[in-house]
Design a protein. Structure first.
Length: 307
């Protein structure tokens, strides 16, 4: 106890307030703290580089998926536009073909009408000439019948001619009216049929557009759900990775603290051993010094007694 006490006094007077063991422990702690700080900075830089590479890879993958979806959508829209142009051209051709067929039918009917009218006029002219020739011959043969009979015959001929002309005109007028009604009915029927076909096509296009719009809405909703699910899975993976990294970092810190504590304990144990050895050596030195002093005193007393 006294040797330890005097050793502490000697150490304080020699090294001051800070002992070599404390200085060595503080030095080891500073070295360990600096090494851990540099390792932590390197790990942070590496993790930032990895996160930047992961963000760049994810952005590139997302842009690639968006470009593929946009290209597919553009191709689909172009295909639909081409189909619509082909259908529109086909409809125009069909309409033009039906109009051309109806015009040909109408031309044939008009030609037939003109032929029948020319035949009727020729027959009328022939019949008129025949009747006139018969009347003239009858008048020539009946000239001596008297002027009164000639006048009556001429009046009767004029009336019969007018009556026949009026009958022919009425038949022609009724025929033209009937043809006009047929034409108007045919035009009205064609217009109704075209209107019904256009309405049916418009209703079909409207239903197709509604189905397409619903499909686009469902596709967008599914795409948003997939993107959210992908973002959530990526966030969950990053969070799990960060949690593992934090847990690993805490384990490293605990292990570093344990290693530092073990080193401090080893230094303290070594220091205690050195202190014990130094105390034993001091004790031996003190005993030797005391023995030497006793011998010197003995020889001094003998010398003094002899003197």
């Amino acid at each position: 106890y006294l040797a330890r006490k005097f050793f502490y006094l000697w150490a304080k007077m020699t090294f001051g307030k800070v002992l070599p063991s404390k200085a060595r422990c503080f030095y080891d702690q500073k070295i360990l703290q600096r090494t851990f700080g540099e390792w932590k900075e390197q790990w942070t830089v590496c993790r930032e580089k990895l996160s930047l590479r992961a963000d760049n890879h994810y952005r590139h993958l997302l842009l690639n998926l968006i470009f593929k979806a946009w290209r597919a959508y553009v191709c689909q829209q172009q295909g639909k536009r081409n189909k619509y142009y082909v259908a529109e051209s086909h409809a125009k051709k069909q309409t033009l073909l039906r109009t051309w067929q109806q015009w040909l039918v109408h031309v044939d009917v008009q030609r037939t009408k003109h032929g029948m009218q020319s035949v009727a006029l020729a027959f009328r002219e022939r019949s008129c000439l025949r009747i006139s020739w018969a009347v003239w011959r009858r008048q020539h043969y009946q000239k001596c019948s008297g002027h009164k009979m000639n006048v009556l015959a001429l009046q009767h001929w004029a009336q019969s001619l007018q009556f026949r002309a009026w009958l022919q005109w009425r038949e022609l007028y009724l025929y033209t009216q009937n043809e006009k009604q047929k034409d108007t009915r045919a035009v009205t029927h064609h217009q109704h049929w075209e209107l019904r076909r256009c309405v049916g096509a418009w209703v079909g296009y409207l239903n197709h557009h509604r189905v397409k719009k619903r499909q686009n809405e469902l596709a967008q909703e599914f795409h948003r759900h997939r993107v959210l699910q992908r973002f959530f899975s990526n966030w969950q993976l990053s969070w799990e990775c960060r949690r593992r990294m934090h847990a690993h970092q805490r384990d490293l810190e605990k292990q570093a603290a344990r290693i530092a504590l073990w080193r401090v304990f080893a230094h303290w144990k070594h220091y205690v051993v050195l202190c014990v050895e130094e105390a034993w050596q001091c004790e031996l030195a003190e005993k030797h010094h005391k023995c030497h002093l006793l011998v010197l005193q003995k020889y001094w007393n003998r010398w003094k007694s002899r003197l």
